[in-house]
Design a protein around this ligand. Structure first.
Ligand code: GLU
Length: 407
């Protein structure tokens, strides 16, 4: 078993120490409920694919599908585990799941991406559905991919079922709010954290690792509210200007050239240098395992805001906690994406179209409530925010599992 999943076990064990559940319950919480695998075939090449439901005591499986060259069963399992924790913490009626295809989508044509997306569904449609397991976008997947997947699902099952997938285009039952929901949720949580831990009038300085969907929208929101973003990065490199970056220009550059590194009014720095900057907030919006025991000591930010899933390893966490660096954990900070997926799903199932303004308020309310309960639990028990989030989430899952007679 590789380190990502080992990390989850360590975090579960820590929760057990704090909460005192039994070893058989720990064992139950440590194992995925269902693992399905397939090999997809596009243009003569084979791509391994997974769909894993980690836990379904609170409801159907829910979580994205990623296309990435590093995808593995261990990673998909860990991501499915995190979805279980995240959905439980957000108080939405879902278990946790994740899917992945080991592929570099940048090497595929549009037609090949469509073929890959359709094949994914041909292989897994029997295990998906609005009451079984509901995918969504994740790293390198988007609303077009969700559209192909929905279309293939409906072809296979010969009926309309838009609630089988979220993050769809508006015309297929998607929801406007979904596009920037992860960033919006993280921004709400960050502002709550600033108010509670720093004071109402503080305007901290940010650096953002990752300028994809979550990172770029966060940068835009921060910028338009007058917060300074001094550094951003993407897979090609990082840029830094102490005086702040013009995010609108960067967005234009990213859209036209595919990267932020050609931005003129900043110094080019390495990804590692970005992680080491003396900023107030370091937002991690790239991939997992970015801060580990090998580099956590060099981190100088006061706060880490996790928009990616699993960007700080368990050992990294311990070092950061020793340095009094506050980590606002992924399962709280990036839950906006799946909360809005839940709105989309609920709308699809009832046929009731909800007012977008009402949904924005509902998202805000949920994120604020999430922050308040995690912050309180961490203060009451004198544990980190991540540990507190795990305690709250596991408590809900375990109660449901006990009611079901599973443990
Ligand atoms: N991929 C996103 C996440 O990791 C969203 C999942 C969803 O909406 O189901 O939270």
């Amino acid at each position: 078993m590789s380190s990502i999943f080992q990390d989850n076990l360590s975090r579960l064990k820590k929760a057990q120490e704090v909460m005192g559940f039994s070893d058989s319950e720990l064992d139950y919480l440590s194992k995925p409920a269902q693992i399905k695998t397939a090999t997809l075939n596009v243009s003569g090449k084979e791509y391994p694919a997974w769909r894993i439901i980690f836990n379904r005591d609170l409801g159907p499986g829910k979580g994205g599908i990623r296309f990435h060259p590093e995808v593995s069963e261990d990673e998909v399992s860990s991501l499915a585990f995190w979805m279980s924790i995240k959905n439980s913490l957000a108080d939405i009626p879902y278990g946790g799941a994740k899917g992945g295809v080991k592929v570099d989508p940048k090497q595929l044509s549009e037609a090949e991406k469509e073929e890959l997306s359709r094949q994914y569904i041909v292989n897994f449609y029997k295990y998906l559905g609005q009451d079984k397991d509901i995918p969504a976008p994740d790293v390198y997947t988007n609303s077009q991919i969700m559209a192909w997947m929905l279309d293939e699902f409906e072809k296979q099952t010969e009926k309309h079922e838009p609630g089988m997938i979220t993050g769809k285009p508006l015309e297929l039952g998607g929801i406007e709010l979904r596009q920037d929901a992860t960033a919006r949720g993280a921004y709400i949580v960050a502002k709550e954290a600033i108010r509670d831990m720093e004071g109402e009038n503080e305007k901290p300085v940010f650096a953002i690792q990752g300028f994809g969907n979550a990172g770029s929208y966060l940068a835009k929101m921060l910028n338009s509210d007058g917060y300074k973003v001094v550094a951003v990065s993407d897979s090609q490199g990082a840029i830094y200007n102490e005086a702040g970056l013009d995010i609108d220009k960067l967005l234009e550059l990213k859209a036209n050239k595919g990267s932020v590194i050609d931005y003129k009014e900043a110094d080019k720095i390495s990804n590692q240098e970005l992680l080491n900057l003396s900023v107030d907030f370091l937002a991690l919006a790239a991939l997992e395992n970015q801060i580990t025991e090998s580099n956590a000591l060099q981190v100088k930010a006061k706060y880490i805001l996790e928009l990616a899933n699993g960007p700080v390893s368990n050992e990294g966490d311990k070092i950061l906690a020793d340095k009094n660096i506050v980590v606002i954990p992924d399962i709280l900070a990036n839950a906006g994406g799946v909360v809005v997926s839940y709105f989309e799903w609920a709308q699809n199932r009832t046929g009731n179209i909800l007012d977008p303004e009402y949904l924005v308020k509902l998202l805000e309310k949920k994120m604020k409530l999430g922050w308040a309960k995690v912050y309180k639990e961490s203060q009451d028990r004198k544990i980190t925010l991540r540990e507190a989030a795990y305690v709250i989430a596991i408590d809900r899952i375990l109660k449901a599992a006990r009611f079901r007679g599973k443990v």
